[in-house]
Design a binder for this molecule. Structure first.
Ligand code: CA
Ligand code: CA
Ligand code: ZN
Length: 183
């Protein structure tokens, strides 16, 4: 009896696998991806995405919300756009102090190529754009959310142990410095 049951089960298994494969093929064709087209995120089929990529758009192939190259839709870049578990950003957090003695909890998130990044100052968010690089020292222009001090210069020095020296120079409004440990 047991033998007979196994015999009957085999074709069912094959049919099930075939159905699963059909479903997966269909799902792959139907899958859509985000594309940054003319500064707007649009959701298109993977085939259409190839055409957009050809005219220079950034795409988010693995669907993790991070685009594969610098773009005007989002600030952070995906270092591995084939793996949705890897965004490839470098993060540091810790506290900093400004020249007026105010302490801030900072969260610094940089794209893996250090071209762009964001700084969360608790009350403000700064978006960084790389201006120059000399060795491990990266200098950025910063734009901030409304109500915050704008036009500051941010300098990052990445130390060999992975820690980060952070400086935000806002001229007469003060300078904020932090030493952030590696994660
Ligand atoms: Ca991605
Ligand atoms: Ca990814
Ligand atoms: Zn396009």
């Amino acid at each position: 009896m047991v033998f007979a049951c196994e015999k009957e089960g085999e074709p069912d298994q094959i049919k099930k696998q075939q159905l699963q494969q059909q479903y997966q093929n269909g799902a792959e064709r139907a899958r859509k991806v985000d594309v940054c087209h003319n500064g707007h995120i649009i959701n298109v089929s993977t085939n259409a995405a190839k055409a957009h990529k050809a005219h220079g758009d950034a795409i988010d192939l693995d669907g993790d919300g991070y685009f594969d190259q610098e773009n005007s839709c989002s600030n952070l870049i995906d270092c591995n756009d084939k793996d949705r578990d890897v965004q490839g950003t470098f993060d540091w957090s810790g506290s900093g102090v400004d020249t007026n003695g105010n302490v801030y909890n900072l969260l610094v998130q940089m794209a893996c190529d250090f071209s762009v990044g964001t700084v969360d100052y608790e009350y403000c968010i700064g978006s960084l754009t790389l201006v120059s690089q000399v060795g491990n020292t990266f200098t950025y222009s910063e734009t901030v959310t409304t109500g915050c001090v704008d036009n500051c210069i941010v300098t990052l020095v990445v130390n060999s142990n992975g820690s980060l020296n952070f400086t935000e120079d806002c001229g007469t409004s003060g300078i904020l410095t932090a030493h952030l440990p590696s994660n």
